[in-house]
Ligand binder design. Structure first.
Ligand code: IMP
Ligand code: MG
Length: 182
């Protein structure tokens, strides 16, 4: 695996294997399939990081649902505390007719999701829940918890399965700790 252009070169160690991810994603899909049966369901994923998780997760959801994507980033300048979410691509649906699940890759400081959730709640969905693949609770700056997190991880910068470092490594099939020495 030598060579600086190798896709494995940024990996310090594999944190979560493909099989472990697959199992948890399946369980999350089963839970949603039971919980939302007979209800109008809309899965909303926050781009770019959550695209791989959404692709696998939605195929484990065995009930009818719609799928939408948003592009959102939160900008903070120290003292600014809330409502600074910048949406560069929004969902086209009127979400007031749906039970919404936000499908996210990772919760770090919690700012992005807290702002997205505040914004979407104002549109009066029938209900709103958050499922995140990864949670780094030790990094939290704002008070925000997901309704379901598949894996809780320590304070490492991670790559793979949709997560990037400078836009690279999203195509790794597992989650790895990034080698900061890169
Ligand atoms: P938050 O607003 O600080 O919770 O930031 C969440 C966003 O930061 C995520 O959606 C990711 O795009 C990015 N992020 C946070 N931690 C990591 C990481 O360890 N690897 C890759 N991206 C990360
Ligand atoms: Mg993200």
């Amino acid at each position: 695996m030598a060579g600086s252009e190798d896709i494995y070169s940024g990996i310090k160690r594999v944190l979560i294997s493909e099989d472990e991810i697959k199992q948890k994603v399946k369980e999350a899909g089963e839970w949603v399939s039971k919980e939302y049966e007979g209800k109008p369901l809309l899965l909303i994923s926050i781009l770019n990081g959550a695209f791989v998780f959404m692709a696998d997760f939605c195929r484990e959801v065995k009930i009818p649902c719609e799928i939408a994507f948003m592009c959102a980033k939160s900008y903070y300048s120290g003292t600014v505390s809330a409502g600074e979410v910048n949406v560069t691509m929004d969902v086209s649906q009127d979400i007031s007719g749906y039970h919404v699940i936000i499908v996210e890759d990772i919760i770090d400081t919690g700012r992005t999701l807290r702002d997205v959730v505040d914004m979407l709640k104002k549109r009066n969905p029938l209900s709103l829940k958050v499922i995140t693949l990864l949670d780094k609770p030790s990094r939290r700056i704002v008070d925000f918890e997901a309704d379901m997190s598949l894996f809780t991880i320590p304070d490492h910068f991670v790559i793979g399965y949709g997560l990037d470092c400078a836009e690279k490594y999203r195509n790794l099939p597992f989650i790895a700790e990034y080698d900061e020495g890169q």
